[in-house]
Design a protein around this ligand. Structure first.
Ligand SMILES: [Fe+2]
Ligand SMILES: [Fe+2]
Length: 282
């Protein structure tokens, strides 16, 4: 990203700060001594996140046999990593729920898209040797973070991007690239400011050009593929006039049958994602 863009972003005074609960959870899981109890303590200090955890834990998405009425119970039933991922998702989603001010964009639909990409990325990562599927879930949730920031803080530029896309008949990403300010670079800048891990910054920056992601090429390729699948299955917002042709990044080493299987799995999750998460986000 050019210095000019960085400077421009730095001038936005009210660029959101990293959500407190998310930051605590992320640093907690890096500690060797992290435990279900410390995760529970962090969550319970945030009543909004606690309420959302309990709501989704009891939704049709997880369909528990017995009602889950406490965070402790949710961690035991659903697992430490699953709860960690939910906390990260909820603390971010809560940040950008307002009206985005554009007829073309809707925060709820953008978040549904992000969740579908998170779920899809986790499914793909499980099939690729050496990747942490939980990291990839978080990366998927975050990949289009810059889109929301674009809508809220770069309105003038976004009007120009939309006009360029309309006039030249190109997709939104290409119009952003033509004008020199992409949602990927904005999102990566915010992730850097938030001191998120290198893998998250790289995936956000390169999810449309995974081959440029250096050592994180596979992670970026996973999210790139999950993004394409979520668009093809039309889960949440998927952009304007975007092609839905699936190109399997070679670096993943997955064959067509495997990707079709994953697409089928994600298709089966579609209604559960929309019903359960749609109720909780925004
Ligand atoms: Fe994107
Ligand atoms: Fe996306």
């Amino acid at each position: 990203m050019s210095l000019i863009i960085a400077k421009r972003l730095d001038q936005v005074d009210d660029l959101p700060t990293v959500p407190h609960t998310m930051q605590r959870v992320l640093s907690e899981i890096e500690q060797v001594s992290s435990s279900a109890m410390s995760l529970q303590a962090i969550i319970e200090q945030d009543p909004v996140i606690t309420a959302k955890i309990l709501k989704i834990a009891n939704s049709s998405y997880y369909s528990p046999i017995k009602e889950i009425s406490s965070v402790a119970r949710a961690i035991v039933t659903m697992g430490f990593l699953e709860i960690r991922d939910l906390v990260i998702s909820f603390s971010l989603i809560g940040l950008f729920c307002e009206d985005l001010g554009f007829a073309e964009f809707n925060s709820k639909k953008l978040w549904l898209h992000a969740i579908a990409v998170g779920v899809g990325s986790r499914m793909i990562a499980k099939e690729v040797h050496g990747l942490d599927s939980d990291d990839l879930f978080t990366a998927g949730i975050l990949h289009d973070l810059g889109r929301l920031v674009y809508c809220l803080y770069f309105k003038e530029e976004l009007h120009q991007v939309l006009a360029e896309a309309r006039n030249s008949g190109v997709g939104l990403n290409q119009a952003e690239e033509t004008l020199g300010l992409t949602h990927a670079s904005i999102g990566a800048y915010l992730a850097l400011r938030w001191k998120l891990s290198d893998i998250l910054v790289a995936v956000i920056r390169y999810h449309h050009h995974p081959q440029e992601a250096g050592e994180f090429v596979q992670a970026a390729a996973v999210v790139n593929l999950a993004d394409a699948l979520a668009k093809q299955l039309r889960i949440g917002w998927s952009g304007l006039s975007e092609a839905t042709r699936i190109i399997i990044p070679k670096v993943l080493g997955l064959d067509v049958q495997k990707v079709e299987q994953i697409a089928q799995q994600l298709q089966e999750e579609k209604n559960r994602i929309i019903d359960s998460w749609g109720d909780i986000i925004c």
